[in-house]
Design a protein around this ligand. Sequence first.
Ligand SMILES: Nc1ncnc2c1ncn2[C@@H]1O[C@H](COP(=O)(O)OP(=O)(O)OP(=O)(O)O)[C@@H](O)[C@H]1O
Ligand SMILES: [Mg+2]
Length: 474
Amino acid sequence: MSSLEGQASILIIDDDSSLLESYTVLLEDEFQVYTAATGEAGLELLRQEAISIVLLDIRLPGIGGMDVLRQIKAIDENVDVIMITAVKNVRVAVDAIKLGAYDYIVKPFEIDEMLSLLRRMLEHQRLLREVLYLRSEVGRHLEMGDIVGRSPKMRQIYELMSRVADTNATVLISGESGVGKELVARAIHQQSQRRANPFVAVNCAAVSEHLVESELFGHERGAFTGAVEMRRGKFELAHTGTLFLDEIGSLRLDLQAKLLRVLQEREFQRVGGTKTLRVDVRIIAASNQDLRQMVSEHTFRDDLFYRLNVVPLHVPPLRDRRDDIPLLVNHFLTKYNKAFGRDVQGFTPAAIAVLSHYPWPGNVRELENVIERLVAINRRRLLDVDDMPLDLMSAKRDTAETPFLHGTDLRQAKAEFERHFILKMLEQHSWNQTEVAKRLGIHRNTLLGKMDILQIRPAAGSKSPLSKEPLEND
Ligand SMILES: Nc1ncnc2c1ncn2[C@@H]1O[C@H](COP(=O)(O)OP(=O)(O)OP(=O)(O)O)[C@@H](O)[C@H]1O
Ligand SMILES: [Mg+2]
């Protein structure tokens, strides 16, 4: 038997003293073993010793196993607990998992089975430590402002940004929606000598067409119906700072002409006004439309394009810089753990692989939304492939057989997907649970619990998944 890594310490709480003795004999070569015959004694030991795994009988004299579990988790939630249960209490064991138990094992079990469960658990603990290490590393390397990413493409962008930041050159940022154009604009401002002065953003697409002009240049009182007060425009508000003209491609042609004049002369009048105002602003513009093509189609003025395109800066889509995905995932994990008071510590390598292979049509914004949702709905510390949203999974798998889901929330949709997937596997393998559990990468007992919860039963005539001997060696 290959040895388990390190000398993890394990506490066994069971009132059957002959069982405690045999566990000890079987495990003491590879573990530091502690035993207790009651929950009270076990909790006492847990407070004194550095224990990382507890094997806990559900039926105990005095405080019952479920209460002991709650107290263990209250003392140290990093302790992993395996519940030991009789067949008739499998349902209780499933509840225990909801309370934070790692897994359960049904009596009587074979020692190999127990050892393989313990090995997986140690692997899980090792992964958690690795994820924590990775996250502390990531935290040290935020490269520029709040922008996360160390891919060669992002490094090029940082370099260009730091070269132009201190000039007053106009920058035109291009890139698909959600790639981080506004973040880049803010970071350039932060790096510049204007950093203590205002950064003012105008989204040219969000303001209604007839208000854009007044939004940019302000208006005098009575300039038009509804203009009851004088109002300063964004150009004035950005004086001495940076004006960020977002979605510049959606600016009306006549306003493009006016903007061009203002950029050339650095002076303008408020709508309905006669006074000429001079401002000192640095312009950064952004567009997710292809402005060059708009120029060739005469929907964007070529003279304005050249005036803006002094320093072009293209932010590539996320699918072209996939090495940044794990860093971004960790960044948003930290952000939303804090926001929701959660403690999701990371993703398994398999889950990271799913996140890394998805094409991310909505770029970083979409990734951020996915992580936000995952942190909001999960209470587990380590998220795995089966926690991933369906749309990410279906990008990887053939969706032909995925049932179509209407009007269900994510939790229901996941359960439905899981049920369908497990059922299909069981059918493919003639309901051989050992085989299916192996293929799904979960313990056979976990499979049984899931079949129970998801109400998966074979059609009449096949072998029952909940036969009297759930631990038979089939
Ligand atoms: N490299 C990055 N590091 C950290 N957060 C990022 C990064 N890129 C984008 N984000 C985040 O993703 C979201 C979208 O970014 P941003 O608004 O800058 O995109 P955009 O390119 O301006 O999109 P749109 O064209 O739709 O306006 C923001 O919440 C932003 O903070
Ligand atoms: Mg934007």
